[in-house]
Structures are given as C-alpha cells and as structure tokens.
Design a protein around this ligand. Structure first.
Ligand SMILES: *Cc1c(COP(=O)(O)O)cnc(C)c1O
Length: 362
C-alpha cells in the first residue's frame, strides 16, 4: 500500500441514505444540498448518482458551484439547481446561461432580479428565502408580507418556491422550532402558488409538519446524524484510511509530538499513521478522537500536518496495515464531537491530498 491517506466515497451508501431520507420525508421532494463541492466529496459525482436515484432539484451556495454542477449533470439531466446566494446585479446572464434558479434573500436582490427579468419575454423562475428567526439569511417576515401584498415588486418573476431555514432543528424540544414553523406557515400562505420548503437534514426528522413540499438535506446524505450523533439508519459515505508507517513503545510519562501537553500515563505502544491535518484530519481531534483499528477504537494522541500518532493498546500492528480515521466504524459525528465541531466541517475539510476513490456507479 502506498504511504498515503485514501478517501473512499461510497456512492451506493449515498443512494441508500437518499432512500432513507425519501422514506422519512414521506412524500416531500428530497432535494440534495451539494454546496461546497458536495461537502467536499465531489458535487459532480454525487449529483449524477442522485439524479439516477430520482433527485430532480439540487441546492448549492455559490453561482460558480451551480455552473459546475450544471456542467457535470449535462444536457441529459435537466435538474433544477437553486443558488442559495441568490443573485447580485449583473449576474442574470450567467444564471440564465447555466439555467440556475436564484434564491433571492433580500430586497436589493429582488430589485436586481426584477430589473433583469424586465428584458425577458416570459416570467423568470426564482425562489424566495424568508428569515423566520435564524437572523442570518432571508427577507424579514415583515418584508415578505409587504412583498406578497405589493405584487408589482415581483414583476416579471415567477416565485416557484418559498423557503426558510431552521436554527435549532438538532434539538427537537427547543421551542424555537415551533416559533419558526408558525412564522413560516403564515408567510407561505401569502404565496399560495409557490411550493414550500423548511427542513434541512435535522428538520426532516422533526415532526411531519416541518416537511412541506420539499426538504433540503446535506449532511445526512453523507451519514451525519440529524441529532449530531451517529444514527444507525444512515451509512458512512466518506471513509478515510491511512497506513501505519511505524510503531514504537513509550515509557510512562513520555511526551508525544510537538510540545509536551500530551504525555502517556503508562507504558504505551503507539502507531505513527500517514495522515494529518493536510489530509483533513482536524488537529482538535486529538482531544477525545479515536481511529478504528483491529476491531476497536484507538485514541488519537496527536495530529500533525502529515502524521498522526495513536495509542494501539494491546493490538498487534504491522507496518502498512490500514487504520480507519473516518468511516463506518470511526463515525463522522464522533470525530466532530471530539474536535468540538459539526460533521459538516469535518467533511468539507477532507482535503484533496488524500487519494480519492469512488465506489459504486455514478
Ligand atoms: C446548508 C444548508 C442546508 C443543508 O443543511 P444540512 O444540515 O447539511 O442538511 C439546507 N438549507 C440551507 C439554506 C442551507 O444553507
């Protein structure tokens, strides 16, 4: 085995997660979110396979991501691609050229869209994002009500989708969810001809009334649990493995790696593994993170740029044997929790240095 980390992306696992989400969403369209190059896993490959599984609408963040996904899907897969960034002045021709649908989220974007649409012979399809309490992105509910009343403010536009985003869906008991739902119900009733979408991954697993016409999962497609912990219904899509380069025995009290903050308490056999933060293994994972090797979790002692060191315990280990850093056993949500972050960030940091292999038909 080459002395390098390998990232395997399992498209069959992706298809299975998509099927789980379709069942869970019970009748709502499941529109994959493939922003940031499909959470770092390759939006083109993922989009092609998800199209084959029945996906017909996708979301990305940036205009350039939409253009890249359109190119990857090609003429034979005419999906609707929504741009969460919306549009700014002058972007109309590029959006049109790639047949992208902007998700407009403030009044100046609506102005830019109506100005562009004025030159068009037929209504231009757009979506609207309403802020129901995240205080991040979207028209305020007051703005949305005003726009719905004064329809000339949407002249030339065909609002096909009204959406909002939940800020606390990973904690179902949080009353903020119900407040956002109530506001969204009010707003969507003011756009009776548009479809409605509120839930991302976590929202799909809330009560059924959060699902509306369309749901927008990202991280759960890739195996991230809706409650920020591993969920047995979802399979790992990304598996990061790397070979053991060497093993050594440390005496009690010896430090490991840079600085002296990490010391082994007892005599410890460690393995040096050919992966580091340049391959996307976040440094913070040394605090409570573990790799999977020889049938058990093995604590990570330190993460450097190119190498990490793990506590082997009693496991016999040979040079060249593979360690699983992320995958079906070293679970995404566990690594995220150990690193004090979310599964989304773990995925987008999987860097391009690790050799990439796709498994399953695109
Ligand atoms: C990123 C994003 C999603 C997907 O979120 P996940 O938690 O990955 O499912 C859905 N909707 C919006 C508006 C987003 O920004």
């Amino acid at each position: 085995m080459a002395a390098a980390a390998r990232l395997t992306i399992d498209l069959d696992a992706l298809a299975q997660n998509y099927a789980v989400l379709r069942t869970e969403a019970a009748g709502a369209e499941v529109a994959p979110v493939l922003k940031s190059d499909g959470y770092g896993l390759g939006a083109g490959h993922l989009g092609q396979r998800l199209w084959a599984e029945g996906a017909r609408s996708f979301f990305v963040a940036r205009l350039a991501e939409g253009e890249a996904l359109r190119a990857a899907l090609g003429g034979e897969r005419p999906a609707t691609i929504y741009i969460l960034d919306g549009m700014s002045d002058g972007e109309g021709p590029r959006l049109d050229q790639a047949r992208l649908t902007p998700v407009l989220w403030n009044l100046s974007q609506i102005a830019a869209a109506t100005a562009y649409a004025a030159q068009k012979p037929s209504p231009w399809p757009v979506a609207l994002h309403i802020d129901t309490g995240m205080n991040r992105q979207g028209l305020t509910t007051d703005e949305a009500r005003a726009v719905a009343q004064a329809t000339d403010r949407l002249r030339g536009l065909e609002v096909g989708l009204v959406m909002s985003h939940l800020g606390s869906a990973a904690t179902p008991e949080n009353p903020r969810n119900r407040r956002q739902l109530a506001d969204f119900l009010d707003i969507r009733s003011r756009f009776p001809r548009a479809r409605a979408s509120l839930a991302a991954s976590a929202g799909i697993f809330l009560a059924g009334d959060y699902r509306f016409d369309m749901v927008r999962p990202g991280v759960s497609l890739f195996g991230g649990g809706p409650r920020e912990r591993p969920d047995e219904r979802l399979r790992a899509v990304a598996t990061l493995t790397a070979p053991i380069l060497d093993t050594r025995n440390l005496n009690a009290g010896e430090p490991v790696g840079y600085g002296e903050s990490v010391r082994v308490a007892a005599p410890t056999r460690v393995a040096v593994v050919a992966a580091g933060y340049a391959d996307g293994v976040i440094r913070a994972a040394k605090a409570g993170g573990a790799v999977w090797f020889a049938g058990a979790a093995r604590p990570i002692l330190t993460v450097n740029m190119d190498l990490l060191v793990v506590d082997l315990g009693e496991a016999p280990a040979g040079i060249g044997e593979a360690v699983e850093i992320l995958g079906p056993n070293a679970r995404l949500d566990d690594l995220a929790a150990a690193g004090g972050t979310v599964a989304h960030e773990i995925l987008v940091r999987l860097s391009s240095r690790a050799e990439r292999v796709y498994r399953g038909e695109a």
